[in-house]
Unconditional design. Structure first.
Length: 381
């Protein structure tokens, strides 16, 4: 089977777990003997590709924030024509859509016109970027369907793979998806053991892009009240100068310079996971899944996170970590204090995390489920 993967970014370039997962899925399909072609955005389009399959970095990005609708139209037309060209040249049997944010919906329209079997793998709510509720949003969509200078603007997100169950009603009610399958992300199983029973100081870690929605400022504010305990925090990620400056000021104001270290963007994070004891994941947004949580758990790290959206499915409260309402700072402080104080509990949660990953998030199992699903869709056509 010839499979065309369409996504906005493809490693080594990535924003977060979405793009890394795309590469993992593509690699798995390749290992099964399928013929792959990746079509993605033109970030560093002239860079030499080292993948064992073709990667074309030629799709253009739209300017979401700008008011130039002609720029958006030009990009849509270009991406539509490019995708049509790739479809004619590669002649795929199946199309797999990952993140379509910034590259417009034009690739989907081109695939839809050819009536090719396909699937969406939804890792976050990027469809919301294209379709807005209200009269204004609906009017724009209608206008694009009838004006001669635009291409069609309708989209059906179906069939679709979701990562956690909270996404099901959203896609079903707003986007009318009918065929929805929940398959989480996966990680490689590690043959490791951890012993936290005799720790002197607990090493905390935070790994994400540095953005207010990821909640680093919240957790630092909580840690400021826990300076009577022995801990350090390593932060891995990059972000805007403005937000990084805000974080540095927060660290300075609370005299935490000897406790918190900003390490910048680091990948892979295997060595960091191995040398830390607890993962902090205080995301404030509608997290589709939470790849960082299962990565940390695969190294035996308990996770402190929110009790909604993707992380709510991954972390079992009191078993593999703790979960709190994002606005309840007293809850964050209470449970973080427990993790920093109770070595026996910390050690048991570490063992529970490793057990959970082996039972539920083995990447060979999750990738096989995706592979079986697309084969079923293809064979049903």
């Amino acid at each position: 089977m010839k499979i065309l993967m369409i996504t906005n970014l493809f490693p080594p370039h990535f924003i977060g777990g979405y793009e890394l997962s795309c590469q993992e899925v593509t690699n798995y399909f390749h290992e099964q003997g399928e013929e792959l072609f990746v079509l993605c955005g033109d970030y560093k389009k002239d860079e030499e590709v080292s993948a064992p399959y073709p990667v074309s970095r030629k799709l253009q990005y739209i300017d979401y924030l700008g008011d130039d609708y002609w720029q958006k139209s030009r990009v849509e037309k270009y991406n539509y024509a490019l995708t049509t060209q790739i479809l004619e040249e590669f002649q795929p049997d199946f199309v797999y859509f990952f993140n379509q944010q910034y590259i417009t919906l034009a690739p989907y329209w081109a695939v839809s016109k050819k009536k090719l079997p396909h699937i969406f793998d939804i890792g976050d709510m990027w469809p919301d970027k294209y379709y807005r509720d209200g009269f204004k949003g609906k009017s724009k969509a209608f206008a694009k369907r009838i004006l001669p200078n635009f291409i069609e603007a309708k989209m059906e997100i179906d069939p679709v793979i979701i990562l956690s169950e909270w996404m099901r009603p959203f896609l079903k009610n707003k986007f009318h998806a009918k065929s929805i399958t929940c398959i989480p992300r996966g990680v490689q199983i590690k043959d490791i053991t951890r012993d936290f029973s005799k720790l002197d100081s607990v090493k905390l870690m935070f790994s994400s892009r540095l953005d207010p929605v990821k909640g680093l400022h919240v957790i630092i504010g909580v840690l400021a009240n826990l300076q009577d305990l022995k801990w350090t925090l390593d932060v891995y990620g990059s972000g805007s100068d403005e937000y990084v400056a805000q974080i540095n000021k927060l660290i300075d104001d609370n005299n935490l310079n000897d406790r918190i270290t900003l390490n910048g963007k680091v990948y892979p994070l295997d060595e960091a996971y191995k040398s830390h004891h607890v993962c902090l994941f205080p995301t404030l947004g509608d997290e589709g899944f939470g790849r960082v949580a299962i990565e940390a758990m695969s190294f035996g790290l308990p996770v402190l996170t929110v009790n909604k959206f993707g992380p709510n499915d991954v972390v079992e409260h009191g078993y593999t970590g703790f979960k709190c309402p994002k606005e309840d700072l007293s809850c964050w402080e209470k449970h973080l204090r427990i993790l920093l104080s109770d070595r026996e509990l910390l050690n048991q949660m570490s063992k529970n995390a490793l057990k959970t990953i082996k039972e539920e998030y083995d990447i060979n199992v999750t990738s096989q489920k995706r592979y079986v699903l697309i084969k079923e869709i293809y064979n049903s056509k």
